[in-house]
Design a protein around this ligand. Sequence first.
Ligand code: AMP
Length: 213
Amino acid sequence: MGFRIVMLGAPGAGKGTQAVRMAQELKVPHISTGDIFRKNLKDGTPLGLKVQGYLNSGGLVPDELTCEIVADRLTWDDCTAGYILDGFPRSIPQAEMLTAFLAKRGEAIDAAINIDVPDSEIVDRLSARRSDPETGAIYNLKFSPPPPEVAGRLIQREDDKAETVLNRLLTYHETTEPIISYYDDLGVLKNVSGANATPDSVFAEVLDVLKTL
Ligand code: AMP
């Protein structure tokens, strides 16, 4: 068994925070499609220009384009021992493309870890989420407040603003949530409860899951 892991959960469920910790623990790369798109947007690359409208509205970048980017990333040398995929797949076609891509290489996803958080809590969390532009660290003004020395430079993601959050949640329920059953059918789904939980307590649950792999 390797550590080819997919993180599932609504936006703001804590996937990114847990994915970073898991990647450190397992010494495998953390691959976030959202981070890849935001970096390209910031750098004004041709990919950035293509995805700008989707990111700003909270909609999904087309499956084919997203899968191309991920398929390329998974062939890098640092992926041999595994990886933590964060924010991908986000639709059934993406999940199917990932399965097919891996099957051709004799590989498969070892675990899909779903962090379950109710919608009411998600809206609260996203509106309080802030990131540090210098280190990339993610904080939550309510649940994991930043140290005072960085508080002044924190920024809010454009798509964490109220008007976009509801659209992202709708997209999540319509298009992304069905992949929970997809991975359950493949026998690799692991559920972790993220409701009313701190990042540390969720990580403790995640570590228990990793021990079973
Ligand atoms: P995230 O940081 O994972 O919340 O992603 C931010 C935005 O990037 C999303 O709202 C989408 O517009 C886009 N995005 C990230 N991952 C994907 C994906 N797997 N498929 C399509 N769009 C994506």
